[in-house]
Design a protein around this ligand. Structure first.
Ligand code: SF4
Length: 445
């Protein structure tokens, strides 16, 4: 938990000697709290103050990285319980459970299915993050064989799942460069698993059925020198799991309880994909750092990724597209001109419907600070003046030979003033984007 300026001040020498470059210790403390200077600027700082300030500057939930390079998965480093307080930083990693008892062909097919789970939504790519291989056979050779099949076809980060340190080590010998997550250290095997995590420099899951046991296990792992930890509270019903996730996040953030200052991994249990969507969505919404699914069906995975994208968008900064004229299809100087705002979801909804209409069109996107049409209109950010000035700025007159301009039906009230300001003939379009295809196809009929 970060210290306030006054709390830092209490730890300083209070001599106001100015050697730090600030006129008083209080001024220095305030700048330090705002992270605008560093503690080493003060030569008089005591060991006690150093320790207190260093531990206060550690993030309440550690950032843990699985894998390397562009595909690496980062979990943790979250600072708030509720998204509106600030924002959530590291989107929940979505993984898939595979088993070493599956044949090589089944594993290859599964990998191909996982690789296809890559989508575009509101101009962003959303995809999956992890493959978790479980050792069901309890046979190191079989586990390594299955791992080789996965390594041959998949670049995603890996989780290696076995309680047996000997099996995990065999798998690490061929996959250590990918920095996989090893699952799992328990009260029984934690020393051996900790040794593997240290030897191969990989993150480790700490797993215990109760929060008390989990806290004890994490302390033991810390004593062994392990800091890259992911928490797991085992196989439980959804309600119990949500309780665990919430308690862990609360204790880490509100009580600065260090043993819970790590991301959490969860696994869906249901064999029914629709129920898995509900399970996984609950975990994504309630703080899971990683969710491992059984289903690989696109219709089940896409809503989970969509929810994750929405939750991990900064609520203070709506996703925006560039304000400019977009061309959809093979436009000509006769093509219709539609106008909308630069809120990503609005633009991509309009663009999708224009595309579906098969009527090549221009879309003029006005800068409305990332607000949707009605919100922007209510906030005076989508006005006759701003639309007219966007038309001028982007020189729509050089693109089309006609004077028609289609505005969203919800802002039909702008028509008169917009005609006056732009010198164009305003045509009121449909209220909902879903009406665009029929509207465009009927134009001029
Ligand atoms: S150098 Fe240290 S003791 Fe001196 S004014 Fe700055 S904070 Fe205070």
């Amino acid at each position: 938990m970060a210290l306030s300026g006054l709390e830092i001040y209490k730890l300083l020498a209070k001599t106001n000697c100015k050697k730090c470059g600030f006129p008083t210790c209080l001024a220095f403390a305030m700048q330090l709290a705002a992270k605008k200077t560093s503690l080493d600027k003060c030569p008089s700082v005591s060991e006690e103050a150093k320790n207190a300030l260093e531990s206060a500057s550690r993030p309440p939930i550690k950032l843990v990285t699985i894998g390397e390079g562009e595909e690496k998965l980062e979990a943790g480093n979250e600072t708030v319980l509720f998204r509106h307080e600030e924002k959530f930083y590291h989107p929940t990693g979505i993984g898939f459970l595979l088993e070493d008892t599956q044949s090589a062909d089944e594993l290859k097919k599964a990998i191909e299915e996982i690789k296809k789970l890559d989508f575009e939504r509101v101009g962003q790519r959303i995809g999956v993050n992890l493959v978790a291989l479980s050792c069901k056979s309890n046979d190191a050779a079989k586990f390594v064989e299955a791992l080789k099949t996965i390594l041959g076809g998949c670049a995603l980060p890996l989780a290696l799942m076995s309680d047996d340190p000997l099996i995990i080590e065999k798998a690490l010998e061929i996959s250590k460069d990918k920095k996989p997550l090893i699952y799992k250290a328990t009260g029984v095997n934690f020393k051996e698993m900790a040794n593997l995590a240290k030897k191969y420099k990989v993150p480790l899951v700490a797993s215990a059925p109760t929060l008390e046991e989990l806290a004890g296990l994490v302390k033991n792992l810390n004593t062994e020198g392990i800091e890259d930890i992911i928490l797991d509270t085992g196989d439980k019903a959804l309600a119990e799991k949500l309780w665990d996730l919430t308690q862990i996040r609360r204790l880490a953030l509100k009580k600065a309880f260090r043993p819970f200052g790590y991301p959490v991994i969860t696994f869906t249990k249901s064999g029914d994909p629709a129920r898995e969507v509900a399970e996984a969505s609950s975990y994504v919404a309630k703080y899971a750092g990683i969710v491992v699914l059984r289903t690989r069906l696109a219709w089940a995975v896409l809503p989970i990724l969509t929810l994750r994208q929405n939750l991990y968008t900064d609520p203070q900064k709506p996703l925006q597209v560039e304000s400019k004229i977009y061309e959809v299809g093979q436009v000509t100087d006769k093509s219709p001109v539609l106008v909308t705002t630069n809120f990503s979801l609005t633009y991509y909804t309009v663009e999708g419907e224009v595309e579906a209409s098969k009527v090549p069109s221009f879309i003029v996107v006005c800068d409305a600070e990332g607000m949707s049409v009605l919100t922007a209109w209510a906030a005076d950010k989508f006005t006759a003046d701003s639309i007219a000035s966007a038309l001028d700025k982007f020189s729509i007159k050089d693109k089309v030979s006609h004077k028609d301009l289609i505005i969203p039906g919800y802002v039909s009230v702008l028509s008169g003033k917009l005609e006056e300001k732009s010198g164009r003939k305003v045509v009121v379009g449909p209220r909902e984007a879903s009406g665009i295809p029929v509207f465009l196809r009927n134009l001029g009929k």
